[in-house]
Write a protein of this length. Structure first.
Length: 330
């Protein structure tokens, strides 16, 4: 039995990861400051004898050291996420995503000496910035816009996180795997912070309209959280993954306008799609990213990744969950 620590485990992906690790018969500790996550996300494991929840911050060095002392695997998911939060809280985004990771790595290097502790660091497709290549490979250049455009603070912080984690692997011998997640979606994801699919579903269930930015031709690939979680665990335990970076996602592109129409088709085909300037919502210096498709060859070669869920499955699951849990929009 492994002792697994999940930072940010009361959030969207972390709560699914906690369930999967408990189902695997591991012991799971979640630390979360509940800034966006919530206890309800962990309802199915809350009373399990192998599950423990600790309310606290990854900034709390003493608490982190205490939790790391007994951990075999650390999944560091605590972060500020979502385009709306990044646009309006750049300081918190940079602070949480950089300082939290630094505290974790420093304490891991101190407390894990002589023990086999593995760290999985979720990074993001945002690290590629606005790379114009049709498929993004892990070894591609990262192409950020200017520092005056707030959008890039999330991707830049995640890129520095990656470099830090890989430096701790090289210089301090920590066992580190970096994963770049591409538009993960599914039950429990909230549209509150700008995540596009739950936002569209919430709007559709409230009678519309479905708002897409600019002309809706931005290209994204959506992957189900239920396909991402096993891939994260497999990479965490794969000896050849240590010290490497992996894209995790789907490589089936869809435009945001097509996505909105798919959502409408499943809820009410008569719903209106409304176009809104991205700049009107997030400010003129908040750049939009036009195309984001991962090259998955490294992931396939290493763990034989083959997602089981289609885009339709993802949309249906988000609709079902939103109907059952989310308050309708006013
Ligand atoms: N969802 C996606 O599509 C996606 C894409 C790329 C990367 N990621 C990464 O995956 C990870 C999980 O994302 P998510 O979608 O589940 O987001 P989420 O917001 O649901 O989860 C993040 C969790 O971290 C917690 N948290 C924030 N600051 C904290 C702090 N200082 N101390 C302790 N906990 C703190 C929040 O309360 C929340 O529960 C993040 O690192 C994110 O950057 C997600």
């Amino acid at each position: 039995m492994l002792n697994c620590l999940i930072t940010g485990g009361a959030g969207f992906i972390g709560s699914h990861l906690a369930e999967e690790l408990i189902a695997e018969s591991q012991r799971v500790t979640v630390i979360d400051d509940l800034s966006t996550g919530c206890r309800e996300n962990l309802a199915s494991v809350w009373s399990h004898p192998r599950f423990r929840f600790v309310e606290g911050s990854v900034f709390d060095r003493h608490l982190i050291a205490e939790l790391l002392a007994e951990a075999d695997e650390v999944y560091h998911l605590a972060a500020v996420v979502g385009v709306a939060r990044v646009a309006h809280s750049a300081i918190q985004t940079i602070k949480t995503n950089l300082h939290g990771t630094l505290v974790l790595l420093e304490e891991l290097a101190r407390t894990a000496a002589g023990r086999q502790v593995r760290l999985l660091l979720p990074s993001s497709s945002e690290v590629y910035g606005n790379n114009p290549k049709p498929l993004w490979h892990e070894d591609d250049c990262l192409m950020f816009g200017p520092t005056t455009s707030r959008r890039w603070c999330y991707g830049l912080a995640k890129a520095v996180d990656e470099m830090l984690a890989l430096a701790y692997w090289r210089e301090m011998g920590l066992s580190v795997v970096v994963v770049r997640l591409f538009n993960v979606s599914g039950p429990r994801q909230s549209g509150k912070h700008g995540m596009v699919l739950p936002r569209l579903v919430e709007a559709a269930l409230s009678g519309g309209p479905l708002t897409v930015h600019d002309d809706g031709q931005q290209v994204r690939c959506f992957v189900h959280v239920a396909d991402v979680v096993p891939a994260m665990i497999a990479l965490m335990r794969h000896p050849e993954a240590v010290g490497s970076v992996f894209n995790i996602g789907s490589d089936q592109p869809v435009t945001i306008l097509e996505l909105a129409r798919e959502v409408a088709a499943l809820i009410d085909p008569g719903l209106r799609v409304e176009f809104r300037q991205f700049a009107a919502q997030y400010g003129s210096n908040f750049e939009e990213c036009t195309r984001r498709v991962p090259d998955l060859s490294r992931l396939r070669q290493t763990i034989g990744f083959a997602p089981r869920h289609t885009l339709q499955d993802i949309i249906r699951d988000v609709i079902e969950w939103t109907k059952a849990h989310a308050a309708p929009q006013q």
